[in-house]
Design a protein around this ligand. Sequence first.
Ligand SMILES: Cc1cc2nc3c(=O)[nH]c(=O)nc-3n(C[C@H](O)[C@H](O)[C@H](O)COP(=O)(O)OP(=O)(O)OC[C@H]3O[C@@H](n4cnc5c(N)ncnc54)[C@H](O)[C@@H]3O)c2cc1C
Length: 404
Amino acid sequence: MAEFSMELNEDQQQLQKWVHDFSENVIRPAASEWDEREETPWPVIEEAAKVGIYSFDFVAQAFFDPAGILMPIVNEELAWGDAGITLSLLGTTLGLAGIAANGTPEQMLEWGPQCFGTPDKIQLAAFAVSEPDAGSDVSSLRTRAVYDEATDEWVLNGTKTWITNGGIADIHVVVASVEPELKSRGQASFVVPPGTKGLSQGQKFKKMGIRASHTAEVVLDDVRVPGRCLLGGKEKLDEKIARAREGKKSTSQAAMRTFEASRPSVGAQAVGIARAAYEYALDYAKERSAFGRKIIENQGIAFKLADMKTRVDASRLLVWRAGWMGANGKEFTAGEGSMSKLYAGETAVWVTEEAIQIMGGYGYIREHPVERWHRDSKIYTIFEGTSEIQRLIIARAISGLHIV
Ligand SMILES: Cc1cc2nc3c(=O)[nH]c(=O)nc-3n(C[C@H](O)[C@H](O)[C@H](O)COP(=O)(O)OP(=O)(O)OC[C@H]3O[C@@H](n4cnc5c(N)ncnc54)[C@H](O)[C@@H]3O)c2cc1C
């Protein structure tokens, strides 16, 4: 009989503590500066590379954890320190997830380490799906990939938008359409190696939150990549396209496979922000007095904190369940990955707003971090699939119907 435990084992606890200490000592103290500067926090990435948190080996170990909860733990602890810096550190893992979901083991071994580089020569990766006219609707991608048989190269053309690490990454994993009439089933993922001609950064966006994370357009102008950069290989793609043409059921689509793997991790970042705000508001409510008593002694405040803690813990449990299911090959029959991201994202927005409310005027000013946490939290109901799209996935899964 398999044992069931809700307790982290010693190794998991040690890893959690190690990442938490880095987050507390390095990330959180730097958070306000990089939010104001709105730039990639290179010194923090360098520090993370030095200690081994920003490294292929560490992320691969967390990524392939048989229990499926190390990646959520790492994401939560880092985002507890600061979500923008976390995205600068873990934006690379979105590219890596793109390679892991669609590439062969050989491709993972070739490109995975290059996503991170070394402490002396740090590299970044990006995962580029979204386009100006194709955000939620990834089936409508216009970026084209055309095979040049004479040179065994793929030629990519198009514009991607809102790409984390877009244009500053060394490795870009790009999802493009090979057979546009087949929509998602005619798409494939490509690695664009460092220094490839024709790939450039378009405009860099100024954002409401997660401002330490670089978000920009990526322009692909006759970008030529060798045949081996097609993730999964040509034979597999040809088979997939042939099946789609015959109207047979597909196994899974390129972009969707990556999102399935990364949603619990993104949800875990939202848990980290929510937990930070809950802890901060709890401490504040125990210190602050009004009408001759601590504000926490009012049910109106204490009940808010009770609900905040309940929702933070519920979010984490949903995230860990989805992580565990993913790692153990369980089918997401009720959209459990989407559930975790949906609930954690909305919880982060709600908890951070309640934290501001508990702190009154002090919550609204930049002297305290809760206003930043609220700004940061909002992206978690938008990227990696909006809340509406998560509900759509869950609704379709539980009903078996094509809800629109
Ligand atoms: C800071 C940031 C970082 C990002 N990083 C990346 C990245 O690294 N890589 C990447 O590829 N993309 C990235 N994105 C893009 C992100 O994933 C998209 O913005 C998101 O998927 C939503 O797409 P959209 O903005 O086009 O909204 P739209 O698809 O235009 O949606 C607009 C609204 O309509 C709703 N809606 C759409 N369709 C339906 C429907 N069928 N039913 C109900 N409601 C619907 C949506 O939920 C939303 O509320 C990033 C975005 C931001 C802002």
